[in-house]
Design a protein around this ligand. Structure first.
Ligand SMILES: *Cc1c(COP(=O)(O)O)cnc(C)c1O
Length: 411
């Protein structure tokens, strides 16, 4: 008889290893699945921190906050982010894609949801059915919506018009306003509820360009009012602009990154709390003689007798391969260097200097940790700088393979 491969995966949720992790207490509708993976790698997301950051932004800007939760809530889990923000009193939410918006509605989110991308295919009736607020910048958008509204016999569909004031990506240019205004007039089924623009350099030293874009936006809004469109709801500010420029706050702000507790620019001094923590456990320890090699390509050799810890996450989880022989993690509260090439599913860490480091120890890849050897934190910013990228890419690059786990208090 042939040997049979029998699955040994546990079928019951793994017991939480930290008090702050309570997968058993997750509301089923939170969008976060209890841990059923045998692997100890997980992304902890903190609802209290997210709600705190919303309060900070609301107090600071004193205008309605339209929280941006595109790209799976900046990697934190879209329905977790949306539901937490809704419960904390957010005025509305913004996503890039129609399918992202539908995911929020399916999760029971009922605040207004703005779909910012503007590519709707022919899914006009889905937009209406789910009561989504499309961003439009093309006469074809207005026509498609108007037709669908007429067919379904629904009243005036609220939309927001996107104006391109200098980003040169999406939106109508100021000189095209009269044309799109005519299309709104021809289609009374569609109502111009809001006007928006996007700032190209709010997180840089180039303050002049921010003020230029806002001046162009202001004149477009005045033109629209003169053309008989009343006083639409105006919004322009991403996180950096919301934090830095009072004049950019207008009638509402659209922060994303800052809600997740990451500073969007060096000028930010707001009291933001990180929402995510990327953690795993040591799964193997190796004692290594001087000169022995570690990992693919033998890119690291022990300069002395060393202890190497293997951790079960790799570039397929979002631990970017460019951190090989450069990045650091926290073990027992102390920093330990990533040594050797990061593999698809595994990475190796030199814990020679960390007394007592052992299999089962928690390893923090992003976030804070306190332990027998000290206390410290590795921020999204730090990882981004080391990778030569921006914090947005680090957050959104944590792959779906890593389970998102809800935590309630800052560890
Ligand atoms: C992503 C996005 C935002 C949020 O940007 P942050 O810098 O993350 O605050 C706001 N507006 C638009 C149009 C966006 O695409």
């Amino acid at each position: 008889m042939r040997a049979r491969l029998v699955s040994t995966l546990p079928t019951s949720p793994e017991s939480p290893s930290r008090d702050s992790v309570a997968p058993g207490r997750l509301p089923p509708e939170s969008g976060i699945v209890p841990v059923r993976s045998a692997r100890p790698t997980r992304l902890e997301v903190n609802a209290d921190a997210l709600a705190h950051n919303l309060r900070v932004l609301s107090r600071l800007t004193r205008v309605p906050v339209l929280g941006v939760v595109k790209a799976d809530g900046y990697g934190h889990g879209a329905s977790f982010a949306a539901r937490t923000l809704e419960q904390a009193g957010v005025s509305g939410l913004c996503v890039a894609l129609l399918e992202e918006a539908m995911e929020l509605r399916a999760a029971g989110v009922s605040v207004p949801v703005l779909v910012m991308g503007g590519y709707y295919g022919s899914a006009w009736s889905e937009l209406l059915e789910e009561r989504l607020t499309p961003i439009v910048y093309d006469a074809a958008h207005v026509e498609g919506l108007a037709d669908a509204a007429r067919q379904r016999g629904v009243g005036r569909v609220p939309v927001h018009l996107k104006v391109d004031t200098g980003m040169t990506r999406l939106g109508v240019f100021p000189h095209e306003i009269a044309r799109i205004a005519r299309s709104f007039r021809r289609h009374p089924e569609v109502r111009l509820e809001g006007v928006m623009t996007h700032l190209a350099a709010a997180d840089t030293e180039d303050e002049a360009s921010v003020h230029e874009q806002l001046a162009v936006f202001d004149s477009v809004v005045r033109d629209l009012t003169a053309l008989g469109f009343g006083r639409p709801f105006r919004h322009a500010a991403n996180s950096a602009a919301a934090l830095r420029f009072e004049s950019a706050r207008l009638d509402g702000v659209r922060p994303g990154l800052a809600l997740f507790g990451v500073h969007p620019c060096s000028q930010s001094r707001a009291d933001l709390r990180p929402v995510l923590r990327l953690v795993t456990h040591v799964v193997a320890m190796k004692a290594l003689g001087k000169g022995r090699a570690v990992g693919y390509g033998a890119t690291w050799r022990a300069p002395r007798e060393s202890r190497i810890a293997t951790i079960p996450l790799g570039y397929a989880d979002g631990l970017c391969r460019s951190l090989s022989n450069r990045g650091q993690v926290l073990v027992r509260g102390r920093r330990a260097p990533i040594v050797g090439a990061i593999s698809m599913d595994l990475a190796t860490v030199d814990v020679t200097g960390i007394e007592g480091a052992a299999v089962g120890d928690e390893v923090v890849v992003i976030g804070a940790q306190r332990g027998s050897a000290g206390a410290g934190a590795i921020t999204v910013d730090e990882v981004a700088a080391m990778r030569g990228t921006i914090p947005w890419e680090v957050c959104t690059g944590i792959s779906r393979r890593v389970p998102r786990i809800l935590t309630e208090t800052t560890p």
